[in-house]
Design a protein around this ligand. Structure first.
Ligand SMILES: O=P(O)(O)OC[C@H]1O[C@H](OP(=O)(O)OP(=O)(O)O)[C@H](O)[C@@H]1O
Ligand SMILES: Nc1ncnc2[nH]cnc12
Length: 181
């Protein structure tokens, strides 16, 4: 783990101590960072959400969660900050009208969609997810929010996997990670 988190060291330790590292999931060679122990611990989950909310309170008008683990973090965060929740979903799951973007992952491709009518013009949006890997998913979310008329101010993730280059793919975007590997 590297240091330099923009979050307090207590929050970094909290995430680190509640993570499961699962080798070869969902495919051989992938070390999967599993946040389920963290969200299953009511005290840890509450403190984490409060800590993240503290950093962005008053600076954003909405939270956009990225399907599906970003929803788990985004919904309580939106309530804690008193703003609305936007859902950036995998292709084909939202009733239209939607804006969509196709993008490449490490292996294969994917599509994310957003209902533009959920985004107010000029609305400042915090994008939230559990993991930043190649950055394809987050990059798609930034593009969709902009196409819908919003202003994606930054990405917040619990875990950044540095060697997968997400930060470079998101060049010019603000990225905050609680924990970086
Ligand atoms: O930076 P990237 O290379 O785009 O990868 C990061 C994305 O991958 C994971 O989601 P996944 O697609 O596994 O979906 P899930 O949350 O529904 O499991 C993770 O929750 C991020 O959304
Ligand atoms: N190694 C990983 N662990 C958890 N989620 C991921 N999403 C992309 N890569 C991941």
């Amino acid at each position: 783990m590297s240091s330099q988190s923009v979050f307090p060291s207590d929050a970094v330790s909290l995430v680190e101590s509640h993570l499961r590292e699962v080798p070869d999931f969902p495919a051989p060679g992938v070390l999967f960072r599993d946040i389920t122990p963290l969200i299953a611990d009511p005290q840890a989950f509450k403190v984490l959400i409060e800590t993240i909310a503290e950093r962005y309170r008053g600076q954003v008008d909405a939270v956009a969660g990225l399907e599906s683990r970003g929803f788990i973090l985004g919904a309580p965060l939106a309530i804690e900050m008193g703003v609305g929740m936007l859902t950036v979903r995998k292709g084909g799951r939202l009733p239209g009208p939607v804006v969509g973007v196709d993008y490449d992952l490490e292996y294969g491709s994917a599509r994310m969609e957003l209902q533009p009518f959920t985004v107010a013009d000029g609305q400042r949006v915090l994008v939230i997810d559990d993991v930043l890997a190649t950055g394809g998913t987050a990059n798609a979310a930034f593009e969709l929010i902009e196409r819908a008329g919003g202003v994606p101010t930054r990405l917040c993730v619990l875990i950044e996997l540095r060697e997968l280059g997400g930060r470079e793919r998101l060049a010019g975007r603000e990225v905050d990670a609680v924990l970086t590997y």
